[in-house]
Design a protein around this ligand. Structure first.
Ligand code: ZN
Length: 439
């Protein structure tokens, strides 16, 4: 009989379960069985119980002691543009202005294959180091850039090339035929890992959204786009569509996506800040998810686009599914720790209760996995894959909430440090990143 390959990880453990619940082991043990390229969490328990149960099997070789550092699941970033890495910290006066001035010219550079390949290699290496190993990602219009991203990404991601047929710079416009041909080809090549990605209703024709949605549905693939990020965008989109045949009477941005087949249980709508109750009812009925990107929506002085505060209470009251995303490059930093911080602090400043770190962690991990139908990841429950990260924490904490504060708050004034916070990353039980110790 083959010997069971058990591995033991000692440390402080956080295991998110819901908005209100995060299992917390101040001194815990994670037991992992490695099975080829995969793994299985066999147990998660307090160290005291763990030693009673497993001490005989624990050796110096199969045990790692992380001391006072925290073991927690890796993140899901449910909305980001990997091709916008270079515009994260550019001046952001307005969404449409920033797109035109910085983002579109940057995305044009990805027309060069060698450039896209090198960028993909660097970006996804960086992403792993920040502890993100799942989510939904936008690429540029170029096929080879998407292929490069698929090659270098590690984890449970869906990625799509943006589709742009109108109101876009000449270098980034595709014909409807090209957009649909590309969608067909990429769905065939990557299956449901490919996400159907009209950039937003302003740049993508109804025909492409309608026909592409059908192709995505048939392949059981995800769809992603942007919805109601700024009021200026909403005014523009409504005036644009009301002049198009069949859309003369549309009353909302959401209705445009409803009419073009873009809503559904595998649909991810980025932002959704300015939504009416009527629109939220449609999103609820269609099981569509909204992805909230607090660092991107934050005021200009926090390097955001100043789009407004996402009303998570209104979203939850209407029972709309939602998760967190960084919206790189609308958001300035890759780390989901910075996204969690921004979500909590922006709500706290407005004296809105309920925006806790426990909630932020759930919405950055398990909620994303649930939306992406990833049953094996998202937290550290028994039988799941061992996808986890290790981060330092200083001082003792009584609760998960207090511990998360101890991890996050010390870096609030140098936010770039969040990208370097993670000291180790494990994917399917294998150590894929280890921070070198500075002597
Ligand atoms: Zn975006």
């Amino acid at each position: 009989m083959a010997q069971q390959k058990l591995h033991f990880y000692q440390g402080v453990i956080l295991n998110p379960q819901s908005d209100k619940k995060c299992d917390y082991y101040p001194s815990g043990l994670l037991v992992v069985e490695k099975i080829g390229k995969h793994s299985k969490i066999k147990d998660i328990l307090s160290l005291t119980l763990g030693l009673k149960k497993y001490q005989k099997k624990m050796t110096q070789k199969n045990t790692v002691d992380f001391g006072t550092s925290v073991i927690m699941p890796s993140f899901f970033d449910m909305h980001f543009h990997w091709v916008q890495d270079d515009v994260r910290q550019m001046p952001k006066d307005s969404l449409l202005g920033w797109l035109e001035k910085y983002t579109f010219p940057t995305e044009m550079k990805y027309s060069e294959k060698a450039y896209a390949e090198k960028k993909a290699e660097d970006f996804f290496k960086h992403l792993i180091r920040t502890g993100t190993m799942g989510g939904a990602c936008y690429s540029s219009i170029h096929e080879h850039a998407l292929v490069a991203a698929m090659k270098h990404v590690k984890g449970d991601f869906v990625i799509g090339n943006v589709l742009m047929n109108m109101n876009s710079p000449l270098e980034l416009v595709q014909s409807e035929k090209d957009s649909l041909g590309l969608t067909k080809r990429l769905l065939k090549k990557f299956g449901a890992r490919h996400a159907f990605t009209p950039r937003f209703a302003i740049t993508t024709t109804p025909k492409v959204m309608l026909e592409g949605s059908k192709l995505a549905d048939k392949a059981k693939a995800f769809k992603q786009t942007h919805l109601s990020e700024t009021t200026q965008e909403i005014d523009f989109v409504l005036s644009l569509y009301r002049a198009l045949p069949g859309f003369e009477k549309v009353s909302s941005y959401t209705e445009i996506y409803e009419k073009t087949g873009m809503l559904g249980k595998r649909s991810l709508m980025g932002h959704g800040i300015h939504l009416s109750n009527k629109e939220l009812k449609v999103l609820n009925k269609t099981l569509t998810s909204v992805i909230h990107c607090p660092t991107s929506n934050a005021p200009h002085e926090e390097y955001g686009l100043g789009s407004g505060l996402f009303d998570f209470k209104k979203i939850e009251k209407n029972k709309v599914r939602w998760a967190l995303g960084s919206d790189i490059g609308g958001g300035p930093f890759l780390s989901m720790f910075d996204v969690m911080r921004s979500f909590v602090q922006q709500n706290q400043r407005q004296r809105i209760s309920g925006a806790t770190y426990v909630k932020a962690l759930y919405r950055s991990t398990l909620a994303g996995a649930e939306i992406l139908e990833q049953k094996k990841t998202g937290n550290l429950n028994i039988n799941k894959e061992a996808n986890f990260i290790v981060v330092p924490a200083h001082g003792k904490a009584k609760t998960a909430e207090e511990l998360l504060k101890k991890i996050i708050i010390p870096h609030e004034n140098k936010r770039g440090a969040y990208d370097d916070l993670v000291t180790a990353v494990y994917h399917h039980g294998h150590n894929v990143f280890q921070k070198s110790v500075k002597l």
